[in-house]
Design a protein around this ligand. Structure first.
Ligand code: FES
Length: 156
């Protein structure tokens, strides 16, 4: 699609199709991101979504964060404090990546612990309430909340 308006001035806004094409993210995913508040669009006179060019950098950050395993809710929370009307800066990315690095380190530590515990279970199959480190006797972890508590102890 052309970047020039009929008057020859560079268009400052992108359609959802243009964002999809340039970012490599499906239109449906962009709609989903928007629904979750990660990105924002305005409507033109024809009621079509229009995005500022700065959206491309924001989408790139979302993709990278997702690729590293950061949950979408966490990404949305981090991006919520950053303005939608300008591109994310190197400083923004630096702060985000530092935070996510800590999150990933904690997750890797938890998974490493679980993997090491699992080593003792390989070839065993006893699932003994007394002996198996991965068992959860009497559902004691259930009191901490729903979900996989050993994997995601901070989950609500
Ligand atoms: S299955 Fe036997 S120790 Fe875990």
């Amino acid at each position: 699609m052309t970047e020039k308006c009929p008057n020859g001035v560079m268009s400052r806004e992108l359609s959802v199709g243009e964002v999809a094409e340039r970012s490599g993210v499906a239109v449906s995913t962009l709609h989903f991101y928007e629904e979750k508040g990660l990105i924002r669009s305005e409507r033109n006179r024809g009621n079509q979504r229009r995005y500022p060019r700065s959206i491309l950098r924001r989408v790139a950050v979302i993709k990278v964060a997702q690729r590293t395993g950061i949950p979408l809710a966490e990404i949305a929370e981090a991006l919520a404090v950053l303005p939608h009307d300008r591109p994310l800066t190197v400083k923004d990315w630096s702060a985000l990546s530092r935070t996510w690095r800590r999150t990933l380190d904690e997750r890797i530590e938890r998974l490493t612990r679980l993997r090491d515990q699992l080593d003792g279970c390989i070839g065993c199959g006893c699932l003994s309430m007394q002996e198996c480190p991965l068992r959860n006797p009497m559902d004691t972890l259930g009191a901490e909340g729903p979900g996989p508590r050993l994997l995601e102890p901070d989950a609500v």
